[in-house]
Design a protein. Structure first.
Length: 141
C-alpha cells in the first residue's frame, strides 16, 4: 500500500491532515482519500472519506470503522442520527451524512500478548458513483 498526497497543516484555530492510499486499487480500482480537521477550541473533529473509483467503475460495498478504546460506552440515539460516546470524564457525539452507521463489537489488541473486547463505530454502504463522499463529525458535548 502506498500513501500519497500527504498534507499536514496546523495553526491556533485548526489542525488538518490528509492523504490518499491505494490499498484497494489492485483489486477494486479504488483510491481512498481521508481528510481530518481538528478544531481545538471547539473540541471537534470533522472528517471526510472520499472513495474514488479510478478504473472500471462498478458498484461495490464499503465499510469504514472507528475503533474505540475499551471501556468506551457507545449508544445510538433514539432518532438514529448520532452516536453518543462516554469516556471516563467526557462525552462526545458522532454524526454522519450517511444513514447506514452504527455500533459493533470488536477486539482491541493494544496491549502486548493480549486482547479485550471493544466497540467500533461503522459506516457502510455501496459506491454508486465514481466519487463517494462520506462526511462525519465527532464533537465533545
Amino acid at each position: 500500500m502506498k500513501v500519497t498526497n500527504k498534507k499536514i497543516y496546523q495553526d491556533d484555530e485548526i489542525w488538518e491532515i490528509q492523504g490518499v492510499h491505494d490499498g484497494y486499487f489492485k483489486e477494486y480500482g479504488i483510491l481512498h482519500k481521508r481528510i481530518i480537521k481538528f478544531f481545538p477550541k471547539e473540541f471537534k473533529y470533522v472528517g471526510e472519506d472520499i472513495i474514488i473509483s479510478q478504473k472500471n467503475f462498478r458498484k461495490v460495498g464499503y465499510d469504514i470503522r472507528f475503533h474505540l478504546v475499551p471501556n468506551t460506552n457507545a449508544i445510538k440515539t433514539q432518532d438514529r442520527r448520532s452516536i453518543l460516546l462516554q469516556l471516563k470524564k467526557s462525552g462526545w457525539r458522532f454524526i454522519c451524512n450517511h444513514k447506514n452507521f452504527g455500533i459493533e463489537t470488536g477486539l482491541y489488541f493494544g496491549k502486548k500478548d493480549s486482547y479485550t473486547e471493544n466497540k467500533n463505530i461503522y459506516v457502510n454502504g455501496e459506491i454508486l458513483k465514481e466519487e463517494e463522499k462520506i462526511k462525519w463529525e465527532i464533537k465533545k458535548i
